[in-house]
Design a protein around this ligand. Structure first.
Ligand code: NAI
Length: 289
């Protein structure tokens, strides 16, 4: 018995790295998997934002071959998540091939790092388009079908420590990933009545996206295979009704991110309006968790 027997899953950006591990594990657990990947370099070059759908440069086919060789069921998809027609087709293709769709993992991603002063508008736009807009477009296409079918569903998004805490040189990526956090929270609230859970992963893993970072040198214990079980948990019935969470994984460490709201302090005295000087005088009491 697999944890995903009878389920149909879409994993975007599943030709490499973390997405590939998700797709392989989901298939081993009995899911029929649409392996989506538009191909291209780490910065999205070649994949571009075009809705080419021709598979050039994509590794989706090789992941599909790996799944089939192991006795699983999978199809490849080469559409870009960053354009509406591509996102719609990804979900429609899975439905056409397997009859319905239960699970969407929004994982596709690119990196175009530059410090704020050197960040060009095109670098900002391409990263926001793949991560934030892509997550919105695929989730909307998936959720419409899931709501119409009435059998619930599971969305697993991919955010990042960079977006939740900030990181030098990644204003575009951090903004996109923080946006995915807000999108996850809001979708989890809106889709709860339809029994669609929406959670996010915040992974740290050695992939082509990160393998040149100093922290990953000689770090063989941080592979993407550590992340896939967290996605499986959030995509399976083991997750139950849990929704709106951010599950973080870094090698053997499994933890969670939460936004903290402090108790704060109520204004004393006759006026209820704080002055800037009073904020300065009460700073510690206001921000203390
Ligand atoms: P990766 O570069 O190995 O895989 C990303 C895949 O997405 C690639 O195969 C790429 O072709 C595909 N892709 C890019 N643009 C696409 C598009 N428009 N449509 C469809 N597919 C597209 O990177 P990795 O590390 O596996 O990243 C997976 C996800 O995890 C990304 O969302 C990334 O931002 C996130 N992440 C990774 C971290 C890490 O430490 N590796 C840290 C935090 C988040």
């Amino acid at each position: 018995m697999g944890l995903l027997d009878g389920k149909v899953a879409i994993v975007t950006g599943a030709g490499n790295g973390i997405g590939r591990e998700h797709a392989l594990l989901f298939a081993r657990e009995g899911a029929k998997v649409l392996v989506n990947d538009a191909g291209g370099g780490r910065d999205g070059a070649v994949a571009d934002l075009r809705d080419s759908g021709d598979g050039a440069g994509s590794s989706a086919e090789s992941v599909v071959a790996e799944i089939r060789k192991a006795g699983g069921e999978a199809i490849a998809s080469f559409d870009s998540v960053a354009v509406a027609e591509g996102a719609e087709r990804i979900v429609a293709d899975a439905e056409k091939a397997f009859g319905h769709v239960d699970i969407l993992v929004n994982n596709a991603g690119i990196l175009v790092d530059k410090s704020l002063l050197k960040m060009e508008e095109s670098m900002w736009d391409s990263v926001i388009a793949v991560h934030l807009k892509g997550t919105f477009l695929c989730s909307r296409a998936f959720a419409k079908r899931a709501v119409a079918r009435g059998e619930g569903g599971r969305i697993v998004n991919t955010t990042s420590v960079s977006g939740l805490l900030g990181n030098f040189g990644q204003s575009n990526y951090a903004a996109a990933k923080a946006g995915i956090y807000g999108l996850t929270r809001t979708m989890s609230i809106e889709l709860q009545k339809h029994r669609i859970t929406v959670n996010a992963l915040a992974p740290i893993a050695k992939t082509r996206m990160t393998n040149d970072l100093p922290m990953f040198q000689n770090m063989e214990t941080m592979g993407p295979e550590h992340v896939a079980p967290a996605a499986l948990f959030l995509a399976s019935d083991l997750c139950g009704g849990r929704t709106g969470y951010v599950l973080a994984v870094a090698g053997a460490r499994m933890y969670a991110f939460k936004v903290v709201e402090t108790a704060g302090k109520f204004k004393e005295g006759e006026s209820t309006v704080w002055t800037a000087n009073e904020i300065a005088d009460n700073w510690d009491a206001i921000v203390r968790a």
